[in-house]
Structure formats: structure tokens, C-alpha cells
Design a protein around this ligand. Structure first.
Ligand code: SF4
Length: 63
């Protein structure tokens, strides 16, 4: 199973990933950084695209 990792240290909260996949990513109320709504989220093509568009390259997908 693939795993999605968000490096919240690098995340600049631009919300690109949230705009592209609003059902998958959200801004954490605690940290103000992007996080997964469901930690067990399945990796989809849309998520891979969001990772590619992340300006900080902080969404990593481990296959
Ligand atoms: S696209 Fe990247 S930098 Fe922007 S909010 Fe999402 S994880 Fe953070």
C-alpha cells in the first residue's frame, strides 16, 4: 500500500493541494499546515498531481 507523507516543516500553507483535492487535504487548525483528512487515504492520480504541484515539494508518496 502506498503512503502519503506531508512534511509540515516545509509546507508554506499555500493551499494548492487543498484546492486540487479538497476531500483529501485540509489545513490543520493546530499547526496551520496541510494535513490528510484521512490518514489511511488511498493514493489517487489526483493526489499524485497535487504532490507534483506542491511548490515546496513536501508531499511525498512512498510506493
Ligand atoms: S501544496 Fe504543499 S506547500 Fe501548499 S499547502 Fe499543500 S503541502 Fe503545503
Amino acid at each position: 500500500m502506498s503512503t502519503i507523507i506531508i512534511d509540515s516543516y516545509l509546507c508554506n500553507a499555500c493551499q494548492t493541494c487543498i484546492e486540487m483535492c479538497p476531500d483529501v487535504f485540509e489545513l490543520s487548525e493546530l499547526t496551520g499546515k496541510a494535513e490528510l483528512i484521512d490518514p489511511d487515504q488511498e493514493v489517487t492520480a489526483a493526489i499524485r498531481q497535487a504532490a507534483a504541484f506542491c511548490p515546496e515539494k513536501c508531499i511525498e508518496i512512498l510506493d
